[in-house]
Design a protein around this ligand. Structure first.
Ligand code: UD1
Length: 379
């Protein structure tokens, strides 16, 4: 019997995570997997280019929810995804990461009853199996919408696939039973390793006029860093000090771009190169050849660790501590003193990190194998 699986992707960081999952599902004849794009990110530069760069097939459905407040966006995804479940009657729903689309689809799935019962492990049930990939990450910062999304998704998931050793410890501490948890490694690193060779042929450095290891890359989009013009101006004043040493390339997220224009801080053009958001391959090349990557993103902390590139994270906490303990990341905070002191540390002690366990390009294959083994032949 064919196992029907629905993979959900909504926002930019989801796309490199679903790419290897869709490939692994299509290589396993027991599964028929469909990709549902919620449309949380809809700009070509945040969405379409990733499908092209990562050769992900067109989504089977696009729910076109677009932007809105957290409540509006989450509710819109829920309403539209429920209709998909009704039609598709899937055995399993797979959500990745921690964006609003992740919790929205998880919540609908956890309460959904199928027309026909299914077999999973040794039981018969009428709800699809709810699967969270990249489970267990915790920043312990409840001001961060993603932390709420992660926690709630984990609680209502049947299968929790963990990418980082801290994820295991967090889920154990929260009392999640061990049979639901599997340490499989990092699907986003599957994508990075698969695409790296091609990414290194990108002409982006020449196009911008950059020399390898003579520039820094910046990404910034967390509401806590960019929504308030004063905080943003303070951050840019500090970064401007670093830019005297190393010109900074900044592909600005659409959320950040209008704030940047409003903040009124003159960015000296010889030190700053502001660009539109980049495609996956160009951005990997830019990171891989940088002297330093500066970010408030979650995924980039992991990608720089896998690439062995020094990373300064402009946040007070991280849900990805392995990137600091084993990798190349330094938590630099968001204040002038802490950022400059992290930068000085980094200059004195160039970092050579280790690659965390199972960040080896095979995480998605492990996930699909484990799932296949848990559905009996007559599921
Ligand atoms: C979302 C995720 C965040 C992730 C980030 C990566 C949540 C809560 N946040 O944040 O975890 O790190 O994506 O980019 O899910 N916009 C566009 N075009 C688009 C999408 C958004 O212009 O295609 C603009 C809109 O003005 C929108 C704003 O960006 O209101 C914010 O978009 P939204 O999806 O709400 O959150 P992100 O900040 O992108």
């Amino acid at each position: 019997m064919t196992l029907r699986a629905l993979c959900v992707a909504g926002a930019r960081p989801n796309f490199p995570k679903v790419a290897p999952l869709m490939k692994a599902f299509s290589a396993n004849p027991r599964f028929l997997a469909k990709l549902i794009h919620t449309g949380q990110h809809y700009d070509d530069k945040l969405s379409k280019v990733f499908f092209e760069d990562l050769r992900i097939a067109r989504p089977d459905e696009n729910l076109s929810v677009g932007s809105g407040s957290h409540a509006v966006q989450t509710a819109e995804v829920m309403k539209r995804f429920e209709a998909v479940l009704e039609r598709e009657q899937p055995h399993a729903v797979i959500v990745v990461g921690d964006v609003n689309s992740t919790i929205a689809c998880a919540l609908v799935t956890a309460k959904f009853h199928l027309k026909q019962p299914i077999r999973f492990r040794n039981e018969t049930r009428t709800r699809p199996v709810m699967v969270h990939v990249e489970a267990g990450l915790r920043s312990l910062d409840w001001d961060m919408p993603e932390e709420i999304n992660r926690l709630l998704t984990d609680v209502i998931s049947d299968l929790l696939f963990v990418s980082d050793p801290a994820g295991l410890a967090n889920l154990k501490r929260e009392g999640i039973s061990e049979h639901r948890i599997h340490y499989v490694g990092n699907v986003m690193i599957d994508t990075l390793l698969a695409a790296k060779q091609q990414a290194m042929t990108s002409p982006i450095l020449g196009q911008i006029g950059l020399t390898e290891r003579r520039y820094a890359v910046l990404t910034l989009h967390r509401p806590s860093n960019v929504d308030d013009s004063n905080s943003l101006r303070d951050l840019f004043k500090v970064l401007d000090t670093i830019a005297v040493d190393l010109p900074i390339v900044f592909p600005a997220h659409p959320r950040t771009r209008p704030k940047l224009e409003a903040m009124g801080f003159p960015l000296e053009t010889s030190r700053w190169i502001i660009r539109e958001p980049m495609g996956y391959l160009d951005f990997v090349k830019l990171m891989a050849c940088s002297a330093l990557t500066i970010t408030d993103s979650g995924g980039i902390q992991e990608e720089t660790t896998a690439l062995g590139v020094p990373c300064l994270t402009l946040r007070e906490n991280t849900e990805r501590p392995v990137t600091i303990e084993e990798g190349t990341n330094i938590l630099a905070g968001t204040k002038r003193e802490s950022i400059l002191s992290a930068y000085e540390t980094l200059k004195k002690r160039p970092m050579q990190g280790r690659i965390p366990k199972f960040w080896d390009g095979k995480a998605a294959t492990r996930i699909v194998e484990i799932m296949g083994a848990l559905f009996p032949a007559e599921a």
